[in-house]
Design a protein around this ligand. Structure first.
Ligand code: PNS
Length: 168
């Protein structure tokens, strides 16, 4: 049987346990997941593209079925270049639906041969987003259980460094 694969795109600034959960669920359906890290999110990211890619690679170092790549430009162009016909996205709550629906239909309009698959993360992560993780960490709150341990450490270092720069 030919190998099945899906592209899992996002900003991952930083990757959360909700993202990790979606990737693990995706591996039950697809042979290979290509995590596609957006190079230039609209807002200036806290972590550089290289750092975001590296963190995800480290988390999945023991899983050769997970590949991590940076991309810019249109997602459908990247999917075509990779020869992947499936885009996988997570839906945490109904509130995600409108944006995801719009994006899936725009992608279908651009590339009718590419399908979007939605997966629901564990309900424990339905409140979780990278934005909130960054905010909580910046204000000194605990992000334990919300992001993988090494990501929590990198967040603390990053925030410490940016506070030092601000106060100098
Ligand atoms: O984690 P995010 O920030 O919700 O991910 C959004 C992402 C990266 C999936 C989306 O912004 C994207 O696909 N950007 C690439 C540009 C593109 O293809 N735009 C048209 C699709 S609507």
């Amino acid at each position: 049987m030919p190998e099945t694969s899906a592209l899992y795109p996002g900003s991952f600034d930083p990757i959360t346990n909700g993202h990790v959960d979606i990737i693990e669920r995706g591996l039950r359906v697809f042979d290979r997941i290509v995590v596609a890290v957006l190079e230039n999110p609209k807002k200036a990211p806290l972590f550089t593209t290289k750092e975001r890619v590296r963190m995800i690679q480290d988390i999945f170092a023991s899983k050769k079925e997970v590949e991590v790549r940076a991309f810019d430009g249109l997602l459908v162009d990247f999917a075509r270049a990779r020869g992947t016909g499936v885009v996988m996205r997570g839906l945490r709550a109904i509130s995600d639906f409108e944006y995801e629906f719009q994006m899936a239909l725009m992608n279908r309009n651009l590339a009718p041969d590419i399908e979007t698959f939605f997966m629901m993360p564990n309900v424990n992560y339905s409140f979780l987003s990278s934005n909130l993780v960054r905010e909580v960490a910046a204000l000194g709150g605990s992000v334990e259980g919300l992001v993988p341990g090494p990501v929590a450490r990198k967040l603390r270092d990053k925030i410490k460094k940016s506070k030092k720069v601000q106060s100098s």
